[in-house]
Ligand binder design. Structure first.
Ligand SMILES: Cc1cc2nc3c(=O)[nH]c(=O)nc-3n(C[C@H](O)[C@H](O)[C@H](O)COP(=O)(O)OP(=O)(O)OC[C@H]3O[C@@H](n4cnc5c(N)ncnc54)[C@H](O)[C@@H]3O)c2cc1C
Length: 446
């Protein structure tokens, strides 16, 4: 047997389906995909993080008498070249988004692919309702999972003992610069590594349920980037956390990630269409969209969240919900535009969670928030950032402003000494307009 072990979003050696199923002569590889990289800015933090993680993986494999060949190019061309070495199969994890499925279908025709559910806990093909159809609502889906009531840990994957390294020149490693990127400083959360984040979890769990929405506090695990690139497996997180006190609520959140992957698997069209099929004529004004992207809406909480995202690649879950509601309801702009923008900026960007959450925010999705539930950004900032700690930390020109003004429409603008844009929409009027448009789209009486 001669196998290629294609590491993609599973950059680890523990609990690895690839290493468990490896047999005979193995060729571990990672590909920096030119088609994906070409659309990214030269100072992209995600590429830096992946690069660092790939080099770490290479070091770990070396310690196991293996290695990692690192390619830069188009996967199809690379596999066409590798075919001449007579590989029997390619082992890799499975992804359900459109781009990945199309790419994998093409590769499978060159060398057969054997794919594993390695980035998620559940196989979405299982866990159907009694009538054999998939769940569309989170709570019944979650309640149906027997692994939650089962006291045993989920078995982690072991490492095969039957493999030898394929003979190849592994020394030729592309640099970030040779791929058109520059080395940038990464946030501490990423450079300190996953071990430190795990160590903090027991302490965070006792207040997680109450504090997780306060975005100025460090109350959540910050594990999403590590889960996204498989530095740690969700099974490892689940097994670790379930043995800790007060973990129920946190585990529920982990399964939102599973649920969105499940939805994307069963309803692949939801990547491009409203899940609930309603036909909405969105606001196409590009200037409105750009003001949202740049954080110049005149609403302090929205602007702080967007500027923080643009600067750091991070955004707290509560803020994601607030800016998504503002874009899709108050500005009435298509969720797909917001989804695409997040895809470009978020360090933890994951197609299934991002698409599912955006559709939820826009009330077009599975288990959708009712369309008449529209977040009021001022009420949200008063509730979750009353003293304006987060807002002031991002929008420096507002650092001396009385924080009470952040929670009043055009409150900051009433201070004539501060140059800050007027709020681009009236919250109450735009809310009513959104509700009416949704009613029309659903053919309900206006
Ligand atoms: C509009 C919008 C877009 C989003 N896009 C993404 C995305 O591209 N990638 C992504 O990983 N998450 C996304 N989320 C979900 C959530 O915001 C992040 O997972 C969370 O903020 C990550 O922080 P954490 O690791 O500290 O989470 P914690 O609160 O510590 O949760 C632990 C883990 O559970 C999972 N999780 C928690 N909440 C959610 C949720 N609501 N939906 C799905 N998974 C969840 C994540 O894997 C997370 O790392 C999005 C949410 C919204 C509202």
């Amino acid at each position: 047997m001669k196998q290629i072990l294609w590491f993609r979003r599973d950059l680890r050696i523990e609990d690895s389906a690839l290493l468990e199923n490896a047999q005979g002569e193995v060729f571990p590889i990672f590909i920096f995909d030119i088609d994906i990289l070409d659309s990214l800015p030269f100072d992209d933090k995600r590429v830096n993080f992946i690069y660092q993680s790939v080099i770490d993986l290479k070091q770990k494999l070396l310690k196991m008498n293996l290695d990692l060949a690192i390619f830069y190019g188009k996967p199809k061309e690379i596999f066409k070249n590798l075919k001449k070495f007579g590989f029997d199969e390619v082992l890799c994890s499975v992804d359900f988004d459109f781009y990945s499925k199309k790419r994998d279908d093409e590769i499978d025709k060159i060398i057969p692919l054997r794919q594993f559910i390695d980035s998620f806990i559940l196989n979405p093909a299982n866990h159907l309702k009694n009538d054999g159809t998939p769940y569309k609502v989170f709570t019944p889906f979650y309640k149906s999972l027997d692994l939650l009531t089962n006291s045993n840990n989920i078995e982690q994957r072991s490492i095969s003992k039957n493999m030898v390294l394929f003979h190849y020149d592994y020394t030729d490693v592309p640099t970030l610069e040779s791929m058109g990127f520059k080395l940038v400083n990464l946030p501490k959360i990423l450079t300190n590594g996953v071990k430190e984040l795990l160590e903090k979890i027991p302490m965070k769990l006792s207040t997680y349920k109450e504090n997780r929405d306060y975005f100025y506090k460090d109350a959540t695990s910050n594990l999403s980037v590590f889960l996204r690139f498989g530095i740690i497996s969700p099974v490892m997180v689940f097994n670790y956390v379930r043995n800790l006190k007060d973990s129920d609520f946190f585990i529920r959140e982990l399964f939102w990630r599973e649920f969105y992957n499940y939805i994307l698997f069963h309803f692949p069209n939801s990547e491009f269409n409203n899940f609930n099929n309603i036909d909405i004529s969105w606001n196409e004004n590009e200037d409105d969209f750009i003001r949202w992207c740049e954080g110049n809406t005149g609403v302090p909480i929205i602007d702080a969240a967007m500027r923080h995202l643009n600067r750091t690649g991070f955004m707290h879950n509560r803020l994601r919900m607030i800016v998504a509601s503002f874009l899709t309801k108050n500005l009435f702009i298509d969720w797909k535009k917001g989804e695409k923008y997040f895809a470009l900026k978020l360090l933890d960007y994951e197609a299934s969670s991002n698409i599912g959450s955006w559709q939820w925010g826009a009330s077009t999705g599975a288990d959708a928030a009712p369309y008449f539930r529209v977040f009021n950004p001022y009420t949200q900032s008063k509730k979750f950032d009353e003293k304006g700690i987060f807002i002031k930390s991002v929008i420096k020109e507002l650092k001396d402003v009385d924080s009470r003004l952040f929670h009043i429409e055009n409150g900051v603008q009433s201070n004539l000494f501060i140059s800050y844009p007027k709020a681009m929409v009236d919250i109450s009027i735009s809310r009513k307009r959104a509700i009416e448009k949704f009613k029309e789209a659903k053919n309900e009486t206006v």
